[in-house]
Unconditional design. Structure first.
Length: 438
C-alpha cells in the first residue's frame, strides 16, 4: 500500500525542547498519521517502541519501518541563507565588501537568465534535502523569478525574498526604486507570509524604497529580512551614505536607519548584528526584531568565513532579543546546519563561554520555527506537527548516554572533517515523504 493511514518509524530519537533541554529516546518509535484525503503525514505520537507498537496493534493500514540503526531528529530551519550564492562559498574572503563586489554580485547576475535560475534551483533543492534543511529565511537575487523558482522547487517551509538594490551597486544589478517597489507589491500579494521584503542592506537601498516597501510589509503581513552590523567597515560605509540623505543627517547608528524607515518589527529578521551598541540593542528589543546569527560566516578566513567577528549571544539574550542560527551561504562555506551548530559551540568554547550542543540544536530548529511563525507545524517532533524528520546513523551509545552526550558525539567527536557533515543525513522526511541518501 502506497499511502498507509499510519507509518511507524522505529528509531532512536533526539528531540529539542528548549535551550537547556533535549529528550533522548533509545529504542523509540514515531507514529505518523496521514492527514484525511491527503498524502501528507503528521506526527501522532512518540515514545518507546513497545508502547507505540502496542498502541497501534489493532489499527488498520499500518506500515512499520525498521530504522533502528538511525537517530531521528527534527529537520533543520536555516534562518539566513542566500540560495543564489552556492558557487561563491569558497571564493577568497578578504573582506565582506570586496567579496561582494568581486565574486558575489557577478555571480548573482547570472540568475537573470530564467533557464539558468531554474536549473540552479533544482540543484539547490537537492542540496537542501540532503542537508536535512526543510525551512528557513532565504535571500534570492534581484530577479523576481528567483523567488518563484525557490518557492516552486524547494521542499519545505521557506520564506523567500528578492534582494532590493537601487543604489551603490554595479549597473548590472541596479534596479529603479519604482521597479523594486512594484516587485515587492506583486510578490507580497502572491506569497503573503512566504515572502520576505529583502532590502539587501541599507548601503544598497535608497530611503524612499525602504520606506515604501516597509508600508507594504505592514499591510500584507509578509516578513522583512536584511543584514545589520556585520562588519565595522560596513557600518562606517552605511553611515557615510545615509548621513547625506535628507532627514537622516543626524542619525548615528545602522539600526536607527532601518528603524526610521519602518523596517523593524516582530516579523523582521536581521542577519549578524555583531557590532550593536546599547541603544541599538534597546531598539531591536523594543521592536521585537530577531537576529540570525551565522557563526560559520563570521568565522575567520582560515576557517572559510568572512572574518567578520564574534557574535556575543549572551549580550543579545541579556537584552531580551530573539535569535536563531543560519548558514549564510555563501558567506558561510557549508549548507549543513550540523556545521553551523558545531561552529557556534566551538567559537564560544574558545573564548571560555560554555554552551551546550542542545542549545545549538534548539537554535537550529524550534527557535527558528518560532521566529518564522512556523512552530505550530514544525521545529521539533511534537505530536500534531508535520512529519519533518531527518535520520542520521545512530552514534554508538552506552546506557549512561544523555541527549547532550549523543549530540556532542555527533557534532564534536565523530567528525573527521567538516565535509563529513554533508554526508551525515541518510533520510530526510518532509510531511511523511522520504528521500534517501547513501
Ligand atoms: N551584506 C550585504 N549583502 C550580503 C551578502 O550577500 N552576504 C553577507 N554575508 N552580507 C551581506
Ligand atoms: Fe547574508
Amino acid at each position: 500500500m502506497q499511502h498507509p493511514c499510519y507509518k511507524i518509524l522505529l528509531c532512536d530519537i533526539l528531540n529539542p525542547l528548549s535551550d537547556t533541554k533535549s529528550e533522548l529516546v533509545k529504542g523509540g518509535a514515531i507514529a505518523l498519521r496521514r492527514v484525511k484525503n491527503n498524502h501528507f503525514y503528521k506526527i501522532e505520537s512518540i515514545g518507546h517502541a513497545e508502547k507505540i507498537l502496542q498502541l497501534y496493534k489493532l489499527k488498520r493500514s499500518v506500515t512499520i519501518y525498521n530504522f533502528q540503526k538511525y537517530l531521528a531528529m527534527p529537520s533543520f530551519l536555516d534562518l539566513h541563507f542566500h540560495w543564489v550564492q552556492d558557487d561563491v562559498t569558497l571564493m577568497p574572503k578578504d573582506s565582506l565588501l570586496s567579496w561582494l563586489s568581486k565574486y558575489t554580485w557577478p555571480n548573482e547576475a547570472k540568475f537573470k537568465k530564467k533557464t539558468y535560475s531554474k536549473q540552479k534551483a533544482k540543484q539547490f533543492c537537492n542540496k537542501l534535502l540532503q542537508m536535512g534543511t526543510l525551512g528557513g529565511g532565504c535571500f534570492a537575487s534581484i530577479h523576481e523569478h528567483t523567488v518563484d523558482h525557490a518557492l516552486e522547487q524547494f521542499h519545505g517551509d521557506f520564506v523567500v525574498g528578492n534582494v532590493l538594490m537601487t543604489i551603490n551597486s554595479p549597473d548590472y544589478l541596479t534596479q529603479s526604486s519604482q521597479n523594486a517597489v512594484e516587485i515587492v507589491r506583486s510578490k507580497s500579494k502572491k506569497y503573503g507570509k512566504k515572502y520576505a521584503i529583502t532590502p539587501r542592506f541599507a548601503p544598497t537601498v535608497d530611503p524612499h524604497t525602504m520606506k515604501e516597501t516597509a508600508k507594504i510589509a505592514a499591510k500584507s503581513g509578509c516578513f522583512i529580512q536584511s543584514h545589520l552590523c556585520e562588519t565595522q567597515e560596513e557600518i562606517e560605509y552605511v553611515l557615510s551614505i545615509y548621513n547625506k540623505f535628507k532627514g537622516f543627517e543626524s542619525i548615528n547608528s545602522y539600526t536607527e536607519i532601518y528603524n526610521a524607515c519602518g523596517l523593524l518589527g516582530p516579523k523582521t529578521i536581521m542577519a549578524h548584528g555583531i557590532y550593536l551598541n546599547s541603544s541599538e540593542l534597546k531598539t531591536l528589543k523594543k521592536t521585537n526584531t530577531a537576529i540570525a546569527h551565522c557563526p560559520t560566516s563570521n568565522a575567520p578566513t582560515k576557517d572559510l568565513g568572512l572574518g567578520s567577528g564574534l557574535f556575543d549571544f549572551k549580550k543579545i539574550e541579556k537584552a531580551g532579543i530573539c535569535w536563531g542560527l543560519g548558514s549564510d551561504i555563501g558567506g558561510g562555506p557549508y549548507l549543513s546546519m550540523f556545521d553551523v551548530m558545531r561552529s557556534f559551540v566551538l567559537q564560544n568554547k574558545k573564548i571560555g563561554t560554555k554552551v551546550s550542543c542542545s542549545k545549538a540544536l534548539y537554535r537550529a530548529t524550534l527557535k527558528n520555527a518560532q521566529i518564522l511563525g512556523l512552530d505550530k507545524t514544525c521545529g521539533n517532533l511534537s505530536p500534531n506537527k508535520h512529519a519533518n524528520i531527518i535520520m542520521i546513523e545512530s552514534p554508538h551509545t552506552s546506557s549512561s548516554d544523555t541527549a547532550e552526550s549523543v549530540l556532542e558525539r555527533v557534532l564534536l567527536k565523530n567528525i573527521k572533517s567538516r565535509h563529513n557533515f554533508s554526508k551525515l543525513v541518510k533520510k530526510t522526511i518532509y510531511r511523511g515523504k522520504c528521500w534517501e541518501f547513501d
